[in-house]
Write a protein that binds this ligand. Structure first.
Ligand code: AP5
Ligand code: ZN
Length: 216
């Protein structure tokens, strides 16, 4: 099953992907997680990406296209893939089409999780993230069992640098300008399905699974 999980920052892509990857046994490929791991490890890519990420800007297309091409060529993607956070621009989507033709794994569906801007700001400003395993929580909507501690691995949770209010606004503006046009792009390709992402985590999971079950 070859899927893009699409939606604005804070729509719940990462939260859903964590469960979907278990249910469907396909790798979760989050470009945001890959970039943050590089920032944490102090790699050249990470140092370059951090200046864009901290400002809420997109990392340049050439960097992301190279990264996703390498990742999709890894053996675990033979079973399919769940892309989260890629593509985010028309050139990234065009490059993805080319890569997927080369590896013979065209997209089955793009699941677009729709959430209002006010709700996105609430979700992002209350998010707490695990630096070790990447699990994300929310101080009100999805709190960990022990305050400030990851349920999965016991690490101390932190607030992402780009989850400060002014950076959140910038990320939403960048989404509207550069990423939202991809909705039309995939409508034209006939593979976009919209999901109401305003419901609770379990209800959104039920809806997304309902779509993905069609491609098992
Ligand atoms: P990335 O990490 O991809 O960030 P994003 O798209 O902004 O998405 P988020 O991770 O912020 O949100 P999400 O939809 O996963 O929501 P989550 O599940 O955590 O990218 C970060 C940066 O990296 C970019 O700004 C850019 O600089 C760079 N980058 C990455 N990919 C790139 C690319 N392709 N090109 C160029 N640059 C790139 O949920 C959010 C919160 O809400 C959590 O607290 C969660 O607990 C809560 N929540 C989730 N679902 C629900 C629900 N149903 N009800 C209530 N609360 C909920
Ligand atoms: Zn953890």
């Amino acid at each position: 099953m070859n899927v893009v999980l699409f939606g604005p920052p804070g729509a719940g892509k990462g939260t859903q992907a964590k469960e979907l990857t278990k249910k469907y046994s396909i790798p979760h490929i989050s470009t945001g997680d890959i970039l943050r791991a590089n920032v944490r490890d102090g790699t050249e890519l990470g140092m370059k990406a951090k200046e864009y990420m901290d400002r809420g800007e997109l990392v340049p297309d050439a960097v992301l296209i190279g990264l996703i091409k390498n990742r999709l060529n890894e053996p675990d993607c033979k079973a399919g893939y769940l892309l989260d956070g890629y593509p985010r621009t028309i050139p990234q989507a065009d490059a993805l089409d080319t890569i997927l033709k080369e590896i013979g794994k065209p997209l089955d569906v793009v699941v677009n999780i729709e959430v209002s801007d006010d709700e996105l700001v609430k979700r992002l400003s209350g998010r707490r993230t695990c630096p070790k395993c990447g699990e994300s929580y929310h101080v009100m909507f999805n709190p960990p069992q022990k305050q400030g501690i990851c349920d999965v691995c016991g690490s101390q949770l932190y607030q992402r640098d780009d989850d400060r209010e002014e950076v959140i606004r910038q990320r939403l503006a960048v989404y509207n300008q550069k990423t939202k046009p991809l909705i039309d792009y995939y409508v034209k390709a006939g593979i976009l399905v919209n999901i109401d992402g305003s419901a609770g985590v379990d209800e959104v999971f039920r809806q997304v699974s309902g779509v993905m079950d069609n491609y098992k």
